[in-house]
Ligand binder design. Structure first.
Ligand code: ADP
Ligand code: ASP
Ligand code: MG
Length: 409
């Protein structure tokens, strides 16, 4: 018999009537002859509400990351119980499982833990008995029995990890849009739903800001060859299949545009151009556990240079404070910063064999009078940093200039 993992995100379980819709999806998969494991998120904006409560107590959550996980995990626990109750009411043998009860072991990286192992013995036995396990997404337990969570959006990762260890025939991520689009359909009206996208492209899109799939979920699906599909909870349509790249696949130059507002940049001005400067600046930043993304160091014109890098916006204040001290120690002129920036990236495997994508991109932005603050490229993506206020304009202009609304024939 085939096994499907069906994951339903926050909007898809936002109310009792939404959960009734989930019940219908589960029953219809079973009627088609599949065994089903369900993974759910917290209802609606529940996780945001919990984060806001914690922020009132301790903004940086420094004193209480362990407690933060205890708090955040409650959201999913509400959904599993309600869904299991409703399935039972409809005559489906269902049983709810917290992350720990489902055997999900993680490291102890509270609020961004990684799954290490899943003990499937219990779940497998229950599935054999015809039970539908309803598993809380986004959570697990560490070696010492502490509750952990996998980072925002982490229920996707729970679903893919379960699909991998249970050797499921497909992992279906049900969400509030029809599938993976050429860009966020809430921002660009003409965005098009992709029938297929490669793991490699999806990984870039996810890590560069398309929150439709959790980055780690894509990584795991690619590594363990889990057939992964994103589709709508509310419409009957095939959605988007995430697949391995194959010769016969059409290879559009650009598959999609991803963006994130979660960015800030810092510059140390008037830095001496001598060995060890990058490490003197970035060492203390990384010691404070602040992740650095893009880095640009100008070529020195007069023995002194400027050093610029980006961090997540939530880390901006702390990074600025650290840099003020570093600047004094290395005798730099001053520190400048900007936390109203955004990063926009174009992704596509076809870029490998096409030159000129970057120059066309810069031309389109120039025509809209959008100033590019930073640039970074890799084999299959080009990212630019722009002022946040231009982000939507840039996304629309590029989407249209690269004809992303059109089906590639
Ligand atoms: P869920 O709660 O189901 O996990 P998310 O909010 O995490 O849903 O992800 C779905 C959202 O991702 C969509 O509502 C859409 O606004 C956003 N999104 C961003 N980029 C894309 C994209 N390229 N394709 C589809 N959705 C995208
Ligand atoms: N509830 C968590 C969040 O909102 C996990 C998830 O939905 O995937 O981030
Ligand atoms: Mg999500």
């Amino acid at each position: 018999m085939s096994l499907f993992v069906q994951k339903f995100g926050g909007t898809s379980v936002a109310s009792i009537s939404h959960i009734e819709n989930v019940v219908r999806k589960v029953i219809s998969a079973r009627d088609e002859g599949h065994d089903v494991v369900v993974v759910v998120s917290a209802m609606g904006d529940e996780t945001d509400r919990l984060v806001a409560l914690a922020n009132e107590v301790d903004h940086q959550h420094i004193s209480g990351r362990r407690e933060m996980d205890v708090l955040l995990s409650t959201g999913e626990q509400i959904t599993i119980s309600l869904l299991a109750m409703m399935l039972l009411k409809h005559g489906v043998k269902a049983q709810s499982y917290t992350g720990r009860q489902a055997g999900i072991l993680t490291d102890d990286g509270h609020t961004k833990a990684r799954i290490l192992d899943i003990d499937t013995a219990h779940l497998k036995a229950r599935i054999e008995e015809g039970v539908v396990p309803v598993v809380a997404g986004f959570q697990g337990t560490d070696d010492d029995g502490n509750i952990t969570t996998l980072g925002r959006g982490g229920s996707d990762t729970t679903a893919v990890a379960l699909a991998a260890v249970l050797d499921a025939d497909e992992c279906r991520i049900y969400t509030d849009v029809k599938g993976v689009f050429t860009t966020d359909p809430r921002v660009v009206e003409g965005a098009r739903c992709l029938k297929e996208v490669t793991f490699e492209e999806m990984l870039e899109l996810a890590s560069l800001g398309s929150r439709v799939l959790h980055t780690r979920a894509v990584e795991l699906a690619s590594k363990y060859e889990v057939p992964l599909r994103v589709l709508s909870s509310f419409e009957d349509a095939p959605g988007t299949l995430i697949t391995r790249e194959d010769e016969s696949m059409e290879q559009p130059i650009i598959s999609g545009i991803a963006f994130t507002r979660d960015e800030a940049k810092l510059t140390v001005l008037g830095v001496k151009d001598v060995p060890g400067i990058a490490s003197a600046i970035l060492g203390p930043i990384s010691k404070a556990n602040i992740e650095v993304d893009m880095i640009v160091q100008n070529v020195a014109a007069d023995q002194s240079t400027d050093f610029t890098f980006t961090v997540r916006r939530e880390d901006y204040d702390q990074a600025l404070e650290i840099l003020e001290k570093v600047a004094k120690n290395i005798d730099a002129r001053e520190v400048a910063g900007d936390n109203k920036i955004a990063k926009l990236s174009m992704v596509g495997v076809g870029m490998r064999s096409h030159a000129g994508v970057a120059s066309r991109m810069f031309e389109v932005l120039a025509n809209e009078s959008i100033n590019i603050l930073m640039i970074s490229t890799s084999e299959i993506k080009i990212s630019v940093v722009v002022a946040e206020k231009y982000l939507e304009l840039a996304a629309r202009a590029l989407h249209s200039a690269f004809d992303l609304s059109e089906e590639v024939s």
